[in-house]
Design a protein around this ligand. Sequence first.
Ligand code: PAF
Length: 285
Amino acid sequence: MGLSILRTVDALRERVRCFRNAGESVAVVPTMGALHRGHLSLVETAKANADRVIVTLFVNPKQFNNASDLKAYPRTEADDAAKLAPLAVDVLFAPDVAEMYGTGFSTNVSVAGVSDGLCGAHRPGHFDGVATVVAKLLLQSGADYACFGEKDYQQLLVVRRLVADLNIPTGIIACPTVRETDGLALSSRNVRLSTQERQKAPAMAEILFESARRLTDGVQAGIVLNDARSALEDVGFDRVEYFELRDAETLQPMEHADRPARLLAAAWLGETRLIDNVPVAPSAF
Ligand code: PAF
């Protein structure tokens, strides 16, 4: 059978029941659509780990702290379905807002600690929206596995904490960031960049990788982070929200790269907010 587009939780549950009755395992790939190669790599990982693959497509209003950002978010369901069909995805679950947040919806899932700081500080309420919708999608699909990209590293840690704390029996699989040949991390927001902005955008990845190398070489974090923020501004990024060295598991700030760490950045090019991150190998110095 080809790709089924399902719009209700009941229909999704019924389909998953059929998979279960046949003894099949299930992986889910939560998305907000506007699918690119990064999403398709999540689908490939899902297929490698389970018999059946569900992709969810829901532009979740609760995770947008800015109404114009929500309005401008690309909605391309027909194109998305066409991209998934050749990959032998079983279900595209595309509910509307009323199906996800019916009359009287009153629950908010909030993950303390890893949600604070970084994107959490700059996008108030964003991770509550993510945690709420991801909890719903995992419970609705009852999937054995769910795939999330490392591109949204803080989100990945929020989801890991969420499933651990709520005993949601879904294994979270982290998938590496997919990049353009010039290094720019794939994102549904990249289509909003003007030609000039698109030329500047890969500098974020370049500066992240170069900074990670310097940290591993033993250069002091304060110096590296200041240089990196200045370098982003020199390239023409309009506003650097953060460029930080954080513990890879807890996201606590770090003074020295003396244990596994992550460098994370967020900055604006015109009207487009870009985020990216890279691992930092511990320094021997
Ligand atoms: O990463 C995303 O696209 C979204 O935050 C997610 C996980 C699908 C939740 O809406």
